[in-house]
Design a protein around this ligand. Structure first.
Ligand code: 4AD
Ligand code: MG
Length: 458
């Protein structure tokens, strides 16, 4: 059993029966007649206090060493834990040279830990974040299952750029210039697949295809974007939760679904979440409490958002970039909308078509599309979604307007031709969700091994 299981379920008929615990030494405290070691196996934030009444037994223990201990689990007289392990035998499995070990007990800077990415999961805060990711994934699966969605998987290697933002990584093969031998498969020597291949930026288009059969689908998939922006919200490789469903006509249906889902994630019962968000300050804590409460989150059209921003700019001139209709919202605008105007999460809807990808459904005004961005305080954009253009003619026009070739999207147009149905969906950046709810400042600390422009250790 894990340490967490031992501590939560251990009620043996014979309380003196020995138990065995495997884990790593986090710290050792030696006194004259007794020694203490903090042992963790990652199963909970708390770990286990091991007590050595025979101090010689603790001799070989150093910070970071892996050990196997056997002893008796007894009520602890000390503060801070209910039970402790009174150790009878110690087996040091993997030694750890204390002077060389990079993960020392004192507080290590974020930058230092990024440089020691292969070891940073050993710190209690990174381990807590990893368990929070795990629990959040489970919570999200729960939500989708309750709504009868089918979990599926879409390709990582693709032939298209879903968002049309030119941020795709091109995949090449070292042999691509070698000439094909007579018995080799007859693909072009220049491209492994006979055509350019990319790493996916979003699963959406493939999900749409599957939604025309299964009606309600979702996936949690890695996505890759070659963005140069070095911000606390951008990674080159991140995980996106995406869902797509058929027979929805109103963008607010999608907003409602997202609101319920994110609230469900915020309300998860997680000790790691409490531990991580303990130090984020009263203001942010109150903001998160409010977000998960019963009040419906604000909805605001892009057009109204712009006029509010213009008013604010006219009186305070606080924005570096002047807001105006037809221009993209900058991150300073997004934060102001969430933090000042809404004072909480807010769905900004119906952006100009010219600012959004080709697939979004055109509104009857002919200018805006049925879409939303969910903006949240202290972070900005957490989710993006829309109704998808299901009308073949309008979709073809949109492709043309954005100078995309109809030939590349033949299969995507087919979905509309053969039993097409109104549908919609969304994508949520998983690391951004973890960052927002835990108060971890940067998404680079919300994924085990982050990648960004200029950085890919291991
Ligand atoms: O807004 P985006 O680009 O939307 C899409 O890709 C749609 N196809 C999704 C859909 O409707 N199925 O990305 C969705 C979300 C963003 O709101 C953001 O949270 C996250 O993905 N995201 C990133 N997270 C980390 N690093 C990056 N570089 C990200 N780019 C987007
Ligand atoms: Mg977006």
């Amino acid at each position: 059993p894990s340490i967490r299981q031992l501590l939560s379920t251990h009620t043996p008929s014979d309380p003196t029966a020995p138990v065995r615990v495997n884990g790593w030494v986090r710290s050792v405290r030696r006194q004259k007649r007794v020694a203490f070691a903090h042992i963790t196996d990652g199963s909970s934030h708390q770990g286990l206090q091991a007590v050595f009444t025979n101090v010689d037994l603790a001799k070989g223990l150093t910070n970071g060493a892996s050990v196997s201990l056997s002893g008796t689990l007894l009520e602890s007289p000390g503060a801070g834990q209910d039970k402790e392990l009174v150790v009878q035998a110690v087996d040091v499995i993997g030694e750890c040279e204390p002077l060389e070990y990079p993960i020392q007990k004192q507080t290590l800077t974020t930058e230092y830990l990024r440089d020691h990415c292969h070891l940073r999961a050993r710190t209690s805060s990174v381990a807590a974040m990893l368990r929070l990711r795990d629990n959040t994934m489970r919570t999200l699966h729960e939500y989708f299952q309750a709504q009868d969605f089918c979990y599926t998987n879409t390709p990582i290697l693709t032939s298209n750029d879903c968002e049309g933002a030119g941020e795709t990584f091109h995949v090449s093969h070292p042999d691509q210039t070698a000439s094909t031998s007579s018995n080799a498969v007859t693909t072009s020597p220049r491209e492994f697949f006979g055509r350019p291949a990319y790493l996916t930026v979003s699963s959406q288009l493939h999900l749409e295809a599957l939604a025309t059969s299964l009606a309600r689908v979702y996936t949690i998939s890695p996505c890759f974007r070659a963005e140069r922006s070095q911000t606390s919200r951008h990674l080159s490789e991140f995980w996106m939760l995406e869902a797509e469903w058929a027979f929805t006509h109103v963008v607010d249906d999608v907003c409602q679904f997202v609101e319920g889902m994110v609230k469900h994630a915020l309300r998860q019962d997680s000790n790691d979440l409490s531990v991580l968000s303990r130090d984020i300050g009263e203001h942010r804590q109150r903001s998160l409490e409010k977000a998960k409460g019963g009040d419906t989150w604000m909805r605001l059209t892009y057009t109204d958002a712009i006029s509010e921003l213009e008013k604010a700019q006219a009186t305070t001139r606080q924005f570096e970039f002047t807001p105006s209709w037809g221009k993209a919202l900058r991150s300073e605008h997004e934060r102001w909308i969430a933090e000042h105007l809404a004072d909480g999460p807010v769905f900004v809807t119906d952006y100009p078509a010219s600012l959004k990808p080709f697939y979004m459904r055109l509104n009857s005004d002919g200018k805006t599309v049925a879409c939303f961005d969910l903006l949240v305080p202290h972070l900005g954009e957490l989710v993006g979604g829309s109704l998808r253009e299901e009308r073949l003619g309008l979709l073809e026009e949109a492709l043309e307007k954005q100078q995309l070739s109809k030939a590349d999207y033949g299969w995507y147009l087919d979905i509309r031709k053969y039993g097409g149905a109104p549908h919609g969906g969304f994508g949520l950046g998983f690391e951004r969700l973890v960052s927002w709810m835990s108060g971890i400042d940067n998404v680079r600390e919300c994924i085990p091994m982050p990648r960004w422009a200029g950085r890919m250790l291991l």
